[in-house]
Design a protein around this ligand. Structure first.
Ligand SMILES: C[S@@+](CC[C@H](N)C(=O)[O-])C[C@H]1O[C@@H](n2cnc3c(N)ncnc32)[C@H](O)[C@@H]1O
Length: 232
């Protein structure tokens, strides 16, 4: 509790201002309807094979864990996640996949393979330890995952991409990797700098030693991801 309160303090004092809620404007409502249609099966090839050049799957292959813990941030309907699950089980892995998104639109097939959907109709950037329900969520997610994938979600549909990359990174277990899609190259350079500062401030405030390696990856020319590795 104290740790998270300090994190909140660091975020609001050192990095400007409290984060504003996402406004449900007509434009956003249209976008929400669109979100329900994304996360379709065909997105699997785009996300896991083309945009990230199979790095998330390759990582799980070489990790050596029979039951890797996976978090999908912003799954949409989650059909691509079903395909990910099937491609991993075909390789004799038994992934434990959780999800977290703003909208709650998982298909029936996705619900069958997902261990837990942590969505609470709240964008990632608005999760705050001041609210007991959020506090429980933070405790459940921090340091938990071997692999995190956020395609077209927390790094894009937000006013706070750097904060969301930071918050996503904290969910990694040591040695874990996150692949978060972000908007453009300039953004990414700035995001990397700000995330590093946030990690430093978090470590100083909490006496922790989270360390991440952040790398730009762009295999297709238009889908851009940050690959984040938790070193310790
Ligand atoms: C466009 S869909 C992407 C679905 C799928 N990942 C794909 O790439 O096809 C956006 C997803 O991200 C979630 N999302 C968008 N902004 C978010 C935020 N700020 N925090 C948490 N989830 C968010 C939505 O709920 C939805 O599940």
């Amino acid at each position: 509790m104290l740790k998270c309160f300090l994190l909140e303090l660091v975020m609001t004092i050192k990095y400007g201002h409290p984060r504003k809620p996402t406004l449900l404007t007509a434009k956003n409502m249209r976008r929400e309807r669109h979100w329900q249609t994304v996360g379709t099966e065909n997105r699997f090839e785009q996300i896991y094979l083309r945009s990230t050049a199979s790095r998330p799957i390759e990582f799980l292959r070489t990790l050596g864990k029979k039951q890797p813990k996976v978090m999908i941030l912003g799954p949409g309907v989650g059909e691509d996640t079903v395909k990910l699950y099937r491609s991993l089980t075909a390789e004799h892995l038994d992934p434990k996949i959780d999800t977290f998104g703003l909208t709650n639109s998982l298909s029936r097939a996705a619900r069958r393979i997902i261990v837990r959907d942590y969505s609470i109709n709240m964008p990632l950037e608005m999760i705050t330890p001041r609210v007991p329900e959020h506090q429980r969520l933070i405790s459940a997610l921090i340091g938990k995952y071997d692999l995190i994938v956020g395609a077209l979600s927390v790094g894009i549909h937000t006013r706070y991409p750097a904060y969301n990359v930071f918050a996503s990174s904290l969910m990694l277990s040591p040695g874990g990797k996150a692949f978060i899609e972000v908007r453009d190259y300039r953004d990414k350079k700035k995001i990397i700098e700000v995330v590093k500062k946030m990690v430093g401030a978090y470590n100083r405030a909490n006496g922790t030693n989270f360390q991440f390696d952040l790398e730009n990856i762009n295999f297709t020319g238009y889908n851009r991801y940050l690959e984040i590795t938790r070193i310790q």
